[in-house]
Design a binder for this molecule. Sequence first.
Ligand SMILES: C[S@@+](CC[C@H](N)C(=O)[O-])C[C@H]1O[C@@H](n2cnc3c(N)ncnc32)[C@H](O)[C@@H]1O
Length: 203
Amino acid sequence: MSAGDLPVNHHADHPGFSGVMGALVGVVLLAMGRSVARLAAESTAVGPEDTVVDIGCGPGGAARVAARRGAAVIGVDPAPVMLRLARAVTRHGTIAWTTGTAESVPLPDASATVVWSLATVHHWQDVEAGLHEARRVLAPGGRLLAVERQITADATGLASHGWTRQQADAFAAQCISAGFHDVEVAGRSAGRREVWAVQAVRP
Ligand SMILES: C[S@@+](CC[C@H](N)C(=O)[O-])C[C@H]1O[C@@H](n2cnc3c(N)ncnc32)[C@H](O)[C@@H]1O
């Protein structure tokens, strides 16, 4: 089966990040994630009035970009090694780091104005449950953003960690089914990478 035929969470069986290898991946993400972090903040027009929830925050690069723009930020990730790294490199006091998953976000209803998940939806265990949680924690008018690297249908290994156009469109359709409005799929450049950005609004 090619990546084009696979579900949007085609790496849900990934074993997760831990130990020395997890820390190494975290350091690589710190170095490589800056362009996507800027793209996320610009696409959602994050500002001081926002509360941003970063689902699968990893080492927290995008969370820090949002905090520098004045937002209150909560970084959520299931991997203790990622949260340790995020805490270790963060000087900004307005970010809270918490253990959780897309499927079980440890935050109250309507507590966020922005929810984003960057290079992470392809790892979610359950996309329907994750979108239900995103809708629950977003206040009315809140913005949802998912960004994934553009991949080809025949990609394998590390090169398969992302979405084909078909997978981006499938995620957009799931957003509509989950009750989001104004759902848009766009191909964007993030540094030297081409990514899919799926944006939606919680009515
Ligand atoms: C490729 S990393 C991306 C990290 C970060 N968003 C970035 O762009 O640097 C994927 C992250 O998703 C997290 N993750 C895996 N499964 C998850 C799930 N079900 N819900 C939320 N996060 C998950 C991993 O622990 C990891 O930190």
